[in-house]
Design a protein around this ligand. Structure first.
Ligand SMILES: Cc1ncc(COP(=O)(O)O)c(C=O)c1O
Length: 379
């Protein structure tokens, strides 16, 4: 007779009982397996379509030893990250991807029952990490795809510890207006931590706000950056936070020892000087954005103005339907249904060829979708 399975439900924390894990976009492998495409067009994870910084790859190849623990403080790297702002090593805290820093902010600052405020839809990890922490998420709807900063300010309670502003915002790609951002930062209570997730900052226009400008106005500000996007280094898992020495030290206190691997540190130090790769990536993004926006205009599809390396476009059918139909044609995008953005797709800006493949597939599918429109379709 099989052994009785012990009942383990009591082990799991109550706050995690209704919990859905983070879902990454469909992988190229899955598209290959399901539909047999040799080379699916992957526009689903906001990766760099030009690959990785060549300098970073070369630096990783030059590593000759991995048997020892690396240094834990990474002072040279932190100094390098702080330098463009005239800041110091103490202002920078490193993470295993900027995702880890979001989690560290919860670990360091949020007790069960505290409140956190963020936009809806925004980056899904804010809600997930709040759930893990047993915090209450106060989600403030975007207005026309943009953070409604006035409403977010009004949503802050005496129990609020963290307010997240994702700028540019994932999944809409929008950014907030500079004057609004400054007014918001000035009005926010000085003992609430403003976490500005700027994973896509490098793709934004010159008038966009650099979170560090706000850090200079209010010390309870933490700016999160990543090398996963513009430097094409998502696989090394490296992100960093810029904050006051006090906030940075508190986050540093709760991170795992050696959370930044040697390959990551080596790659990042090299990538930061790879201005050629950054310039090429930006130029490709600008060109691709124009290519996609022109096509959306021509096809009568609404897209939010994007300050990032992806666009959120409305489709005249259910987002999941559109996602599946595109996948069946070898183009992988993200369905807005899984991102709190029904009726829209989130599409990474690819190479000119990848964008053209997406536009071509879209054009073929549109008549079908338009013949049977659904109420939940985007506008
Ligand atoms: C808003 C936002 N923050 C952070 C990240 C992830 O950054 P990292 O790869 O550094 O963990 C992403 C990635 O998709 C993102 O969209």
């Amino acid at each position: 007779m099989p052994k009785m399975q012990p009942k383990l439900d009591r082990l799991l924390r109550a706050s995690l009982r209704v919990f859905s894990p983070y879902r990454a976009g469909t992988s190229a492998d899955e598209a290959r397996r399901r539909y047999g495409f040799e080379e699916p067009v992957k526009l689903s994870q906001n990766e760099n379509p030009l690959g990785s910084s060549p300098r970073a790859l070369e630096a990783v190849r030059s590593i000759t030893i991995l048997s020892d623990y690396d240094e834990d403080e990474h002072s040279a790297l932190r100094a390098r990250l702080a330098a463009p702002y005239g800041l110091a090593v103490e202002n920078v805290v490193l993470g295993h991807g900027s995702n880890e820093l979001v989690q560290l902010a919860f670990t360091a600052f949020v007790d069960p029952g505290d409140d956190v405020v963020f936009a809806k839809p925004s980056f899904s990890l804010f809600r997930k990490d709040a759930q893990v922490a047993g915090a209450r998420s106060i989600e403030v709807p975007l207005r026309d795809g943009v953070h409604d900063l006035e409403a977010m300010l009004a949503a802050v309670t005496p129990k609020t510890k963290l307010v997240f502003v994702c700028d540019p915002n994932n999944p809409t790609g929008t950014r907030v207006a500079r004057a609004d951002f400054f007014a918001f930062a000035d009005a926010l209570a000085p003992d609430v931590l403003l976490v500005i997730d700027q994973a896509y900052r490098e793709f934004a226009d010159a008038a966009a706000t650099d979170g560090v400008e706000l850090l200079r106005r209010r010390p309870a500000t933490l700016v999160l950056r990543t090398v996963s996007k513009i430097y094409g280094l998502a696989a090394v898992r490296f992100g960093y936070g810029i904050g006051s020495p006090q906030i940075a030290a508190w986050l540093d206190r709760v991170r795992l020892p050696f959370n930044v691997s040697r390959p990551a540190a080596v790659a990042v130090l090299a990538a930061l000087d790879d201005t050629d790769f950054v310039d090429r990536s930006l130029a490709n993004n600008e060109r691709g954005k124009a290519q996609l926006m022109e096509a959306f205009d021509r096809l009568g599809l609404h897209a939010y103005p994007s300050a990032a390396n992806f666009v959120a476009v409305a489709v005249p059918t259910q987002a999941d339907t559109a996602y599946e139909a595109l996948l069946a044609r070898g183009v992988i995008v993200r369905s807005g249904d899984s991102l709190g953005m029904p009726g829209r797709l989130r599409v990474t800006i690819g190479t000119p060829q990848e964008n053209a493949a997406f536009i071509g597939a879209l054009e073929k599918l549109l008549p079908e979708w338009r013949a049977a429109p659904l109420e939940t379709a985007g506008r």
